[in-house]
Design a protein. Sequence first.
Length: 429
Amino acid sequence: MQQATTLSPGAPRTAGFRLRHGRALLRAAVIALGVVALWSFVIQPLTGHFSGQFEDFRAYIAAARDMAAGRSPYTSFDGNASVVMSGFDYPPFGAVLVRPLALLDDHWAMTLWLWMSLACTVAGALVVARTALPERSPRTEIGLLFAFGFTPATYNYWHGQMNPVIFLLLALAFRQWVRGRELSTGVLLGLAAGIKLAPAVLIVVMLRRHWWRGSVAMAGTGLASVAVATALLGTGVMRSFIDGVLPSLTRETGWIYNQALSGALSRAADHSVIDIQPASAPLHYLSLLGTVVLLGVAAWCVRPGRRDPVDRSAEFGVAVLAMLLAGTIAWFPHFTHLIIPLAAAGGVVAARGWQRSRWLLAATGAVLVFFGVALPTVLGAILDLNALRSFHGSGAWWPAIQLFSLPVLAVVALMATLARSARHPAAAG
């Protein structure tokens, strides 16, 4: 007994030292990544030495210049160019938002877009971390670590994708969801859906929570975005999107960048992995069934009425995972939105302890490894289409492309464990 009394005071001091040491290392890593981000994405663009490809942004600036010349923003869109398509493919309201880029020269348009992307991601990551994680945790450092170090997020800086804007809107909606702010959640989700179609599926969880006014606000905001775009751009642009762009966005593709459930199913069928193939009815209906199941799981874990903020965080995290998996296309940089469910999972583990959340912790780790390290490393090495075509037809082709579906399975596992934690808080996750 005397020995136990002697040793016990040392344990808290040792734990406290380790905690302070860990926070110091985390802070040092964030500072280092922040300095790299400042140099790469602020200073170098100012001096004209930015080395990013920015190929996605080129589609936006081309659409802006087309609109300035009186043409449709979809003039350069080609859905048959390859499985990844080319040109501007956002709804008309997204075109309205990029239209001011035509007022700037190429250098300043690119620079300001890059700064906006960085600012949206940093702001969104901080909102998510401070909403999902406990106050005693280093929430600010973790948020900045996501913004500067999570590869799907940093991909957007180098390539000029619009995902940071959608991420910020989803992050703000996440905060309002957890706080029980019905109308603002609906407006933010409706605005996100007006810019990009995928967030529209989150109406399912709004309805499941019995947020009728919020659901109306979401639908109304989405319809208002359509009305604004139609008024500014004309009905012809809306018809071009519906008739020319939307069919390409809703077809199944197995291209290795596609990490939606539909992409995994397409790779299993070796369908449209490199070149566009005719539509497959069985694959289409199987993908549709998968979408129904995913949205059903998202609705299943939501409960009306008051709940603990940790449970509300988990609910919204599951909804975001369902959104990513349920579409026909979810390219690698779209998984910037993983920051929300990853932070929600961290909040669950912090609240309930790692021993009760072992499976959730394992799934979270797998997603971080696949999307933070493994997938970007492999994708960066094998994006030569000609090399892939030469490999196509070999005996190792089918097993090799299935490896690119392992990240999808990790996201499915995270969704399943997080949904269970949200639905049954008392159960182990």
